[in-house]
Design a binder for this molecule. Structure first.
Ligand code: AGP
Length: 609
């Protein structure tokens, strides 16, 4: 989603905020801009990539030690210069950048227009600049004027505002979109996330909804919208830029796929209790007694996180014997779900900022449910709003297509299933078996990653496909969905995932020698059934790529191409079977010349509905 960076301090601000914007490019955007206070107020904006804005700026960047900058992912108004942020007031005194949606922008715009304000853009954001102008130009301080304006606003925002009347001040505020204040040495920052400021400082203060900050070079205050000051914790961010950089790989996505042995290890670290055959967590914040009262689980998420939730459903019902269902967050939040104090609602989100997932969890809390978050980004909104949670510890995931977060989500769900199962019907011996299998996973992932060259060769056979079908059963049905999502979101080839047996109820009509079919067919409880489905596809001339267990010769004559993965427990096979599908999608997309890390139309974190 939109990226925000602000700087006020002793240095020339423009280069600092531009560098910060580059660190936020991964969020996905379609225009960029910056504003600088230097006697007056200068605003520069351009559609497209930040490089276009830099070309507009030329070699002489504007002077001034206070600036804000923005990358926009259009929600209202087409991506062009007029709609790019920052947005000014009538008098050109104020510049403002915004992430979120102002839901009553229409009514506010009408009222402001009647009072003589002239609008230049089609955006919802611009109303904020004019609202602030109404009191700021009559003597109110920037922070008071902004607080007054925000009290009239409905919707979500993360904003940063500067004014030529207060040259060393940035006002920031959040409600529904992430924002932080970062503390430097005689200089301070505001940003959408820590990656924008890590080159300068690791000391950050995460803002909460309903807070407003007044930031100066050597001081900052964080208040509520009544401008009553609040005590906030300063967090030391332990990711450094080297971690975030590509690590020598061509793309962040490949780096993150290749990191999965390490990221799975990090998700497991310190949480396996072999002796007792269970798992422990530092931040679950829900006692065993409360976990025992849980009569039903609802897992809610979006996209790839929803796919891992489906695997969690199978795990919970098989091992913990707790009725579990998985809901798209966008559906859950608007239907009338049956949720009460005996329901445990688990939100899965890599970013911890997905608007639909956040809203679904808030709805669950309103109905009395206990909520858990399986989140990767420490300090993210979902992580701070749920009753308890499990951090994935997968490290920053920059590529828009989620990969290592998915495998870490599955591992976290297996750990949670273990904990809840051992409170119920799971024996200590069964628990120990799961613990041992989990402990072996990092090494098994390494063995699958070693197949990358073989999978790269195979990619050549898919780059001209128009459609691809992914089929799996049981624990690997969600993997079929995930494999299809990976291919379509980065290579733009249409792909569909289906339960293998469902193929007979329609999709089999698609099968011909132009339709590659990817089967996930490990030696698990439904292996024989999948073999029959492969026969059905071959009988219709389909080309079959099969993910098989090492040493399984049953598909030697059946599949056109085989990719072997090591054996593990059925519930853990998705951690291994998804890796070849991630690599396949990656190599196909690279060969098709697609922008792998920032696919068209997509954003890393969808913080609007
Ligand atoms: C996955 O490759 C996509 N980028 C997308 O489906 C993503 O999983 C979804 O938007 C949920 O994001 P979250 O995990 O950060 O909530």
């Amino acid at each position: 989603m939109c990226g925000i960076v602000g700087y006020t301090g002793k240095r020339t601000a423009a280069p600092v905020v531009l560098e910060g914007l580059h660190r936020l490019e991964y969020r996905g955007y379609d225009s960029a801009g910056l504003a600088v206070v230097n006697g007056g107020l200068q605003i520069f904006r351009a559609p497209g990539k930040i490089a276009v804005l830099e070309r507009e700026l030329g070699s002489h960047l504007p002077e001034g030690t206070t600036a804000i900058a923005h990358t926009r992912w259009a929600t209202h108004g087409v991506p062009n210069t007029v709609n790019a942020h920052p947005h000014a007031d009538c008098g050109g005194t104020i510049a403002l950048v915004h992430n979120g949606i102002i839901e009553n922008a229409g009514a506010l715009r009408q009222a402001l227009g009647k009072r003589g304000h002239v609008f230049r853009s089609q955006t919802d954001t611009e109303v904020l600049s004019h609202l602030i102008e109404e009191t700021h130009t009559k003597g109110a301080s920037l922070v008071d004027a902004t607080a007054e304006a925000l009290r009239q606003v409905e919707g979500t925002y993360g904003i940063a505002v500067i004014s030529s009347r207060e040259p060393d001040t940035i006002v920031a505020a959040r409600h529904g979109s992430p924002l932080l204040v970062a503390i430097g040495n005689s200089e301070n920052f505001v940003a959408s996330d820590a990656s924008a400021v890590l080159a300068h400082t690791r000391s950050v203060v995460y803002m909460d909804d309903g807070e407003i900050a007044e930031v100066k070079p050597t001081d900052y205050r964080i208040m509520d919208l009544a401008t009553v000051e609040k005590e906030k914790v300063v967090t030391q961010v332990d990711w450094d830029l080297a971690t975030i950089e590509r690590g020598g790989h061509a793309h962040f996505m490949l780096k993150e796929i290749m990191e999965q042995s390490e990221s799975v290890q990090n998700t497991l670290r310190g949480r396996l209790l072999e002796e007792d055959g269970t798992a422990r967590f530092g931040g679950l914040n829900i006692s065993n007694e409360e976990l025992l009262k849980v009569q039903r689980i609802v897992i809610t998420a979006c996209g790839t996180s929803w796919h891992s939730g489906l695997i969690g459903e199978y795990m919970m019902e098989e091992l913990a014997r707790i009725p579990t269902e998985v809901e798209y967050a966008s559906e859950f939040r608007y239907r009338n779900p049956i949720v009460d104090e005996r329901t445990l609602v688990i939100g899965i989100s890599q970013s911890g900022e997905t608007a639909d997932t956040l809203a679904a969890l808030r709805e669950a809390k309103r109905r009395g449910a206990r909520t858990l978050g399986l989140v990767n980004v420490v300090g993210s909104t979902i992580a701070r709003e749920v009753d308890g949670g499990i951090y994935l510890h997968a490290g920053p995931e920059i590529g828009v297509a989620s990969t290592k977060a998915f495998t870490s989500q599955i591992v976290a769900l297996a750990l949670l299933t273990l904990r809840m199962g051992r409170l119920r019907a799971l024996s200590i011996l069964q628990g120990r078996e799961v613990v041992r299998a989990l402990a072996k996973l990092p090494e098994l992932v390494t063995r699958v990653l070693a197949k990358a060259p073989e999978i790269e060769q195979l990619a050549d056979r898919l780059i001209r496909a128009q459609n691809v079908l992914y089929l799996g059963r049981g624990y690997n049905f969600p993997v079929a969905l995930e494999g299809a999502l990976k291919l379509k979101e980065i290579s733009y080839i249409h792909a569909e995932g289906y339960p293998a047996a469902e193929m007979k109820h329609g999709p089999i009509a698609l099968i011909d020698d132009l339709m590659p079919v990817v089967f996930i067919a490990p030696k698990d409880g439904v292996h024989q059934k999948v073999l029959s489905n492969i026969e059905e596809v071959k009988a219709r001339g389909g080309r079959v790529i099969a993910i098989v267990t090492e040493g399984d010769t049953a598909l030697d004559k059946l599949a056109d191409y085989r990719i072997e993965i090591p054996e593990t427990l059925d519930l853990l096979t998705p951690v291994l079977s998804v890796v070849p599908l991630q690599l396949l999608a990656y190599y196909v997309a690279v060969r098709r010349g697609c922008n792998v890390d920032q696919p068209r139309n997509l954003a890393k974190s969808v913080t609007v509905e």
